[in-house]
Ligand binder design. Structure first.
Ligand code: PLP
Length: 400
């Protein structure tokens, strides 16, 4: 009679975590490790947001909150969806969770069971397939290619859909590639979805504000209002407002799904930290120039990193148009050997050698389903980025 449930066998260790652990071990040995591995803004949470949290605590907002979110935050979310996404969601169509991640967990727990398929564009954020698998579902991958700007094409989606498909996950701007999808791209996706009325969509728009080159993010539910009844529009304050530790994400969607997800959350957590919810409401209602200022800094770092990487012989790097990741290709480095004697069979070998020999932590592309690439986050200082790129160049320069 084993202690652990069978679902634990399906709970893999994400390579991102494994890489972070290796970096910590090196640090513990006294090495100065530069980390470009984490998808986390290096900015501080805006002071006005912290003050709102302080006020909420002093005002007595310290009791159990409603499971689906405080009325004040849900109202701020409704205003945000209307203002920024041209989407009207009533309070009953909105739910607050412990980060965007819990939205995904709730949605799949409510709907995915053995036999169900979830279409996930590849490369993907590792949590999507991991959560699908916890509930016994099967991830089905739709490949996105650098030549298409890492966008999901209608043809790739069509080929992945079967009668067992329950969900499509869309995540643009994308982690790990920085790819974006414009209105015309989404219209093509909507056309496919109209032919397959059994498919629901989880549209993860958590990076919507981190978008460059004059583009504007558009929501699938706004492009295809006729499909709004089967779309969950996921967002959160982690990335846009540098609030990863506050753990506030939210979702807009059809009432039956919101109700089921609320029932799950009631059993799991009894709702989200009341003080964090007050902070999130202040962030969403705050002046938009805070986001614009951070975005301008990311944009500068993006150009710095991409132009530096492109100057390294043996590396290619598409210009990412969103999020804060670059996804350089390292095909020309495969089959070679580093100065430290590491034979590079895979992009994981490259990432490990880079950490061991140059003390730079990042994550190999095959951890996200597509190699040989590297994913590096440029949500860190210009100095660290410049030094890290110099170390990458040194590793590549030493290849024989
Ligand atoms: N979606 C994507 C694509 C992400 O990269 C992340 C965080 O890394 C999340 C959702 C979840 O963020 P949070 O749970 O902090 O809202």
């Amino acid at each position: 009679h084993p202690l652990f449930a069978q679902r634990m066998d399906r709970l893999g260790v994400p390579a991102t975590i494994a890489m972070a652990q290796r970096a910590r071990t090196l640090r513990a040995q006294g090495e100065k490790v530069l980390s470009l591995a984490l998808g986390e803004p290096d900015f501080a949470t805006p002071a006005a947001v912290i003050e709102a949290a302080h006020r909420a605590a002093l005002d007595g907002q310290t009791k159990y909150p409603p499971v689906d979110g405080t009325p004040a935050l849900k109202a701020a979310i409704a205003r945000k969806f209307a203002r920024e996404n041209a989407l009207e969601y009533a309070p009953a169509e909105i739910m607050v969770s412990n980060g965007g991640k819990q939205v995904i967990f709730n949605a799949f727990m409510a709907t995915v069971q053995p036999g169900d398929e979830v279409v996930i564009p590849r490369p993907y954020w590792v949590s999507y397939p991991l959560i699908v698998q916890i509930f016994g579902g099967t991830p089905v991958y739709a490949d996105c290619h650098e030549a298409d700007g890492f966008r999901l094409t209608a043809a790739a989606l069509e080929a992945a859909i079967t009668p067992r498909t329950k969900w499509l996950v869309l995540n643009f701007p994308n982690n790990p590639t920085g790819g974006t999808m414009g209105r015309a791209d989404l219209e093509a996706i909507a056309e496919v979805l109209r032919r397959h009325p059994h498919v629901h969509v989880l549209s993860d728009e958590i990076y919507e504000h981190l978008i460059y080159d004059g583009q504007r993010h558009v929501s699938l539910a706004a492009v295809a209002p006729d499909l709004k009844g089967r779309i969950l529009t996921l967002n959160g304050v982690s990335k846009a407002y540098a609030m990863t530790g506050w753990r506030v994400g939210y979702v807009g969607g059809p009432v039956p799904l919101i109700r089921a997800m609320t029932a799950i959350q009631g059993s799991a957590t009894s709702g989200i930290c009341s003080i964090s919810q007050a902070a999130a409401a202040a962030a969403l209602d705050g002046p938009p120039d805070i986001i614009a200022q951070m975005c301008a800094v990311y944009d500068r770092r993006r150009k710095l990193v991409v132009s530096t990487l492109r100057n390294i012989p043996g590396l290619t790097c598409a210009m990412p148009h969103g999020a804060f990741y670059a996804y350089p290709g390292i095909a020309a480095c495969m089959g070679r050997t580093t100065a430290g004697g590491q034979f590079l069979k895979t992009d994981e070998d490259f990432a490990i050698a880079l950490l061991n020999e140059q003390h730079v932590a990042l994550v190999h592309g095959s951890a996200f389903g597509q190699g040989p690439y590297l994913r590096l986050s440029y949500a860190t200082s210009d100095d660290i980025l410049t030094e890290a790129c110099a170390r990458i160049a040194r590793l590549v320069d030493g290849l024989t």
